[in-house]
Design a protein around this ligand. Structure first.
Ligand code: DC
Length: 219
C-alpha cells in the first residue's frame, strides 16, 4: 500500500466519527465515513421503494449508485444527502442492507479506490479486519452501552420523540445485527488497539491515538 490508512472501528456511539474527523484534520489525512456510504445506499433503496429482502434489486441499484465525498458532505447521484442519511428510517434499515455481502464488497471497493490516491482515516465496523487489513494503524473504540446511548440521545434535538431507553434499545439491536452478521461482522482486529472511551474526553482519546501513531514511527 503506497498511501497510509488508519482504521477506527467500533460499535455505534463509541465516538469513532468525532475522533476520526478531528484526527484526520490534525494529521492532514482524508476522512472516510464508511457508515455514510452504507447509509447513502440504504437511502437510495428506500427512495426507490425497494423491499429490504429484494437482494438482487438492491445490488443492481447499489452498483449504479454514484456516491462521492466532497468536503465532508456526501453526495448520492449528484445530490447532497448528508442530512437525510441520518434520518430515523435509515437508522432502522441500514444494518439490513449492510448484511448483504455484495453490498459490502461494493462499499469496500469505493474506499480502496479513494485510498489509492491519498492517506486516509476511515471509521467503520470492518475497516481493520476486511477493508484495510494492512492498515498502518488500527484502533477499536468502545464505550459502555449506557454511555453510547446517552451520547446519541444528546445529539437528538427533539427529545420528545424517543426516550433514552428507546435509544439504548435501538443501539443494542443494531450492535447485535452488526456483530452477528456472517459477512465481515463488527469485530476487533487482532492487531487493533482497544480504547474504551467511557468517561474520557475526545482530546484524551485523540492524544492516545497520536501516541500510538508516534510509537509506530509517525506519519
Ligand atoms: O457508523 P454508522 O452508525 O453511520 O453506520 C451505519 C451502519 O452501517 C451500521 O449500523 C453498520 C453499517 N456499517 C458497516 O456494516 N460497516 C462499516 N464499515 C460501517 C458501517
Amino acid at each position: 500500500m503506497k498511501f497510509k490508512a488508519i482504521a477506527i472501528d467500533g460499535p455505534a456511539g463509541a465516538g469513532k466519527s468525532t475522533v476520526a474527523k478531528i484526527l484526520s484534520k490534525k494529521i492532514g489525512f482524508t476522512y472516510i465515513d464508511s457508515g455514510a456510504l452504507f447509509r447513502a445506499i440504504t437511502l437510495k433503496i428506500l427512495k426507490l421503494g425497494i423491499d429490504v429482502n429484494d437482494v438482487d434489486n438492491i445490488i443492481k441499484h447499489a452498483k449504479n449508485a454514484k456516491v462521492d465525498f466532497i468536503e465532508n458532505s456526501i453526495y448520492l447521484d449528484g445530490i447532497d444527502v448528508s442530512k437525510e442519511i441520518r434520518d430515523d428510517i435509515v437508522n432502522k434499515t441500514v444494518s439490513y442492507i449492510a448484511m448483504i455481502p455484495e453490498i459490502r464488497e461494493i462499499i469496500a471497493n469505493i474506499q480502496r479506490e479513494i485510498a489509492k490516491t491519498k492517506n486516509v482515516v476511515v471509521d467503520g465496523r470492518d475497516i481493520g479486519t476486511t477493508v484495510f487489513p494492512d492498515a498502518f494503524a488500527k484502533f477499536f473504540l468502545t464505550a459502555s452501552v449506557d454511555e453510547r446511548a446517552r451520547r446519541r440521545y444528546n445529539q437528538y434535538l427533539d427529545k420528545t420523540k424517543y426516550s433514552l431507553e428507546d435509544i439504548k434499545n435501538q443501539i443494542i439491536h443494531r450492535d447485535y445485527i452488526d456483530s452477528n452478521r456472517e459477512s465481515s461482522p463488527l469485530k476487533q482486529a487482532d492487531d487493533a488497539i482497544l480504547i474504551d472511551t467511557t468517561n474520557r474526553s475526545i482530546d484524551e482519546v485523540i492524544e492516545e491515538i497520536l501516541y500510538h501513531i508516534f510509537i509506530k514511527g509517525g506519519i
